[in-house]
Design a binder for this molecule. Structure first.
Ligand code: AMP
Ligand code: MN
Ligand code: MN
Ligand code: MN
Length: 276
């Protein structure tokens, strides 16, 4: 039986395992096709591919691009991208360079709330200096005892009007979809149930995403409930989008679902891996 996991992270972004370790864990847990989809970064794919060849597993070259759409932060996964494509690489480089400024502003905001040293703390926890994410700040804050776990850190800090949150402009939806497509990849709207959008906004997003050339939507993802599997399965069918499935695994004990733990797609969904 084939088992697909089309969304995962390594230490090249905010995951806890190196690309090779991630691939080995996926293979051990019965995944037969894994996509490595680091945030705004493709540098882990070479090591992941070598490990996948050793394990006899299929690796899909992927990426997860940060997007600002109508004031909301969204994530668009690209599957089967060409990591060597110059337009994609230039786009990702531009997105990563914004992260440096944001990290400095986040640290200044935490400092005002009485928390010193968070920029150094986050950087020390990021293996990739170009990819300091909120997750690295969150791990620093948990280790220093400011919150119990990652979930509560994001409730108390780093979101909304809480200390450590700074507004940021990521790529546009058009850019992210365009970069993925120009490199030969399939754009997939990541974990749609996490966005705070009303029905009209959801409809507008899916219509625009499809018009721009979006290929699929994550119906099954670690952070969706069983009810959301059904809801997003219906939306995928309604908008003519393929259905994807990915754990969004970041590390042992840190993620909603581990590698290889995903349920099947709801009936009636057309799986994106039919196109691979
Ligand atoms: P960034 O792209 O730097 O804004 O960081 C976003 C990352 O933060 C996501 O990819 C998740 O890994 C993590 N994250 C966001 N919200 C939460 C949450 N409530 N609990 C745990 N991790 C979260
Ligand atoms: Mn992440
Ligand atoms: Mn995401
Ligand atoms: Mn992710």
């Amino acid at each position: 039986m084939s088992r697909f996991d089309l969304h995962s992270h390594s230490t090249c972004s905010d995951g806890l395992l190196k690309p090779g370790e991630l691939v080995a864990r996926a293979a051990q847990r019965g995944v037969t096709t894994l996509a490595l989809t680091d945030h705004d970064e493709v540098s882990g794919l070479v090591e992941a591919r070598a490990a996948a060849e050793q394990q006899g597993m299929v690796l899909i070259d992927g990426v997860e691009i940060s997007v600002t759409w109508n004031g909301h932060t969204l994530h668009v996964v690209g599957l089967h991208i060409d990591p060597e494509n110059h337009e994609l690489a230039a786009g990702l480089n531009q997105v990563r360079s914004g992260r440096r400024r944001r990290a400095e502003a986040m640290a200044a905001s935490l400092e005002q709330a009485g928390i010193a040293g968070s920029l150094e703390g986050a950087r020390a926890r990021a293996s990739n200096p170009e990819l300091v994410s909120r997750t690295h700040f969150a791990r620093f804050l948990v280790e220093r005892g400011y919150a119990r776990d990652l979930q509560s850190v994001f409730r108390k800090y780093l979101t909304g009007d809480k200390p450590g949150h700074v507004p940021h402009q990521w790529a546009s939806l058009e850019q992210a979809v365009g970069w993925i497509k120009v490199s030969g990849g399939m754009p997939v709207l990541a974990h749609p149930g996490r966005y705070k959008l009303d029905n009209a906004q959801c409809g507008a997003l899916l219509t625009q995403f499809k018009d721009l050339g979006g290929a699929g939507v994550e119906v099954v993802t670690g952070s969706h409930t069983a009810q959301q599997f059904a809801t997003w399965g219906r939306h995928a069918r309604h908008y003519g989008l393929l259905a994807s499935a990915g754990s969004d695994f970041h590390g042992p004990g840190e993620s909603y679902r581990d590698l290889g733990e995903l349920p099947a797609l709801p009936n009636g969904c057309v799986p994106i891996w039919g196109q691979f």
